[in-house]
Design a protein around this ligand. Structure first.
Ligand code: F3S
Length: 389
């Protein structure tokens, strides 16, 4: 792989042993994928933040890095295992909270923005079209690649940290034009009435296509929340980090779809996906915000429940930035009167909810996909309106 003189110096340890170590990791990764060079990244999003996911070994690894290295580019964090301020209200125990705080402290020392969200693009880290970035969390990667048209592979925790500390990533995979072409057309025949329908479609397509880049034809309209739910689901049930949607996503018009295989998402496939994801009977809690809720979604929920109690207690997971605006608008008060809570910095999958609940209702196909395995939950998967009213 070609390295610039600056990158060579980093590799040889002129900027310290930790930077050399991070550069070695990136060079090895680039060699595996035959990268021709390293490219600068505009921003990074690091996964592996929850103590539930990384444990003591992960904490020590981060503390070692934090002793020596600082990030060079705007770097955000994925959700942590708890609301970093109101963890007691979530029922988190003291031991877990201490470890989680130590992880956050290590990231802070590295100069990382203590954002803890899977929607960095809604909270202050918005890349532009064609910009190279190194993001980790699969729904954020899908959104950045597909909806914004930025370019990122799905980074693991260590390779994202290495990109943050060196400012570079190897030039391979979805950074290259030729790897962003679709390999299958999805004919959308089902009516998509809610974000949950979009998420169900993502789950179906991820399962069918598994790997590759689907090209959706026939989506009549979609807002940002629909697309974030679609991308999250498609990346959960399949290893799909990019999709194109005709007339909606920016690169769709650059894709040659002639002669591609076709699959269909119709009413039958939609019904079958809802059936597959519904494994529970009666929920203990309803949790929204996978991916993290937008302000628009929080406004919608607060209007739905205004002046009434929701069917069950509910949480809305979101970023701290969005939560603060919701509080300024006093939406948290309306939500609290209806039996809800806005929870920041974390989510239903990376926090230890298995200690609190056994059946969780969600409107997210990604959450429905992971909750049984990660959190031993039975799941109810329905639209926001059906769950609340
Ligand atoms: Fe985000 Fe957690 Fe879902 S990280 S995409 S809310 S599983």
């Amino acid at each position: 792989m070609h390295l610039t003189p600056e990158q060579e110096k980093m590799l040889e340890g002129e900027h310290g042993e930790m930077i050399a170590k991070m550069m070695r990791l990136l060079v090895r990764l680039g060699d595996v994928y035959n990268a021709s060079k390293m490219i600068p990244v505009a921003s990074v999003q690091v996964a592996g933040v929850s103590y539930k996911s990384i444990g003591d070994a992960g904490l020590e690894f981060l503390q070692d890095i934090a002793r020596e290295a600082r990030v060079k580019v705007l770097t955000f964090l994925n959700p942590a295992g708890m609301d970093l301020e109101n963890w007691r209200e979530m029922g988190i125990d003291e031991g877990f909270a201490k470890k989680q705080a130590a992880i956050i402290e290590a990231f802070k020392k590295m100069g990382i923005v203590i954002s803890a969200t899977c929607t960095p693009y809604l909270a202050g880290n918005l890349p532009r079209y064609r910009q190279h970035i190194a993001w980790s969390e699969s729904s954020a990667v899908s959104f950045a690649n597909s909806v914004i048209g930025a370019r990122t592979n799905r980074e693991g925790g260590p390779s994202a940290l290495a990109a943050a500390i060196t400012g570079f990533t190897p030039y391979y995979g979805l950074h290259l034009d030729e790897n962003r072409q679709s390999n299958v057309i999805v004919e959308v025949k089902a009516e998509l009435k809610t974000s949950t329908d979009f998420a169900a479609m993502g789950h179906y397509v991820g399962r069918e296509v598994k790997k590759g880049i689907p090209y959706f034809k026939g989506i009549k309209n979609a807002d940002v929340d629909d697309l974030k739910g679609l991308g999250a689901a498609i990346a959960a049930s399949g290893a799909i980090a990019l999709y194109h949607a005709e007339g909606i996503t920016p690169e769709a018009k650059e894709v040659n779809i002639e002669g591609l295989e076709k699959i269909e998402f119709g009413e039958e496939e939609k019904r079958e996906t809802y059936e597959r994801l519904n494994t529970g009977e009666e929920e203990d809690i309803i949790i929204f915000g996978c991916p993290h809720a937008s302000l628009k979604e929080i406004i919608k929920i607060s209007k739905l429940v205004e002046g009434r109690k929701a069917r069950k207690p509910f949480w809305i997971c979101t970023s701290r930035a969005v939560k603060e605006i919701a509080e300024r608008m006093e939406l948290d008060e309306k939500i609290s009167k209806a039996g809800g809570k806005i929870v920041a910095d974390t989510c239903m999958v990376v926090s230890p909810i298995e200690k609190l609940f056994s059946t969780t209702a969600v409107n997210s196909a990604k959450a429905a996909h992971y909750l049984p395995g990660f959190c031993k939950q039975k799941v109810i998967f329905k639209s926001m309106e059906e769950l609340l009213l």
